[in-house]
Design a protein around this ligand. Sequence first.
Ligand code: SAH
Length: 366
Amino acid sequence: MKTVAEILQQQEFAVQDLILLLNAADSSKHLLFERSSQLKENVLGKKVYFRGLVEFSNVCSKDCYYCGIRKSNTNVVRYNASDEEILEACRFAWQNRFGSVVLQSGEISSKAFVKRVEGLLKKIKQLSNNELGITLSCGEQSRDTFLRWFESGAHRYLLRIEASNRQLYYKIHPDSDNHSFEKRLEALQHLKETGYQVGTGVMIGLPFQTLKDLANDLLFFKQIDIDMCGMGPYIEHEHTPLYQHRHLLQSRKERFDLALKMIAALRLLMPDINIAAATALQAIDPAGREKALTVGANVIMPNLTPCDYRKEYLLYEDKPCLDEDAELCRNCLEARIELAGSEIGYNEWGDSKHFTSRISKLNISS
Ligand code: SAH
């Protein structure tokens, strides 16, 4: 059997190699982290980019078995932040030189919702002199909606595949037209064709998930040639169907550790993409996101959701930053201090380098 040190010398990785990396412990795990950290610095430098996260609505038409804001969870008080509240959060990001914001919500595809997001995108561009970069994370939408939002100013889109193994996907989603695996794949394709920088990701440590599934998730990211990735540990939520399988879960610490190894392994596989330090990491370890930055992540998303709404956007238990004053954004200030080892790319979009080279190759060949 190969050693981790041997695998780290390779340029290409087979599924068995990735499984070995995800299994690494002790000194071989540290070797992996050293390599991914070094590679990140060589390819992307020391810069880390901020994306101010605005979770602007928890209204959702889906019933994903893992998610705390699923449609059928009647314990949740549904909200829609007002335009003014959303714009205020974006103004805060701009004034604090964050460079970009992420607008995230439950999945709604009504005409009114599509139009509202379109209006918001234009207003965010206006209030920031066209300076703020905008990522959307509003679920699956039609090709036409993706295009309208792109033309209104969004240039990145996050849509996690959640699990790239179709069988596993249907263990964590209802088998219905509204939750089709094929449609999710197709949406990722549409996003790419529209011209977005496309991000996807998975949850790590799900019940029924194997290391082979995770290794294949990494190969899936490579195969569909993503520009960005956001992935974090799965964390149970009492008011969701998946909670009944919690006895199958690894400890939170183990899921956290596995998530760091996934980030490190993905950095080896796709050195020039943007990788976000997911918020769920911080639900397990207060310094979780900063740890992710040291093993290969290069993007962090401080939460700018108006405080009153945060407790209603509980995707999972123990979600961090619920009681912070959005104005002070203490969390972000702390992050800045903790990030002393990295440089912060203030006022920069921090686009995916992978996207830039993907596009220039396309232009050459056409
Ligand atoms: N409606 C949007 C945004 C979903 S919320 C969409 O469909 O893309 C953002 C992410 O939170 C999800 O993609 C999912 O991966 C993650 N998430 C949801 N429930 C979770 C849980 N219990 N533990 C960890 N992550 C979770």
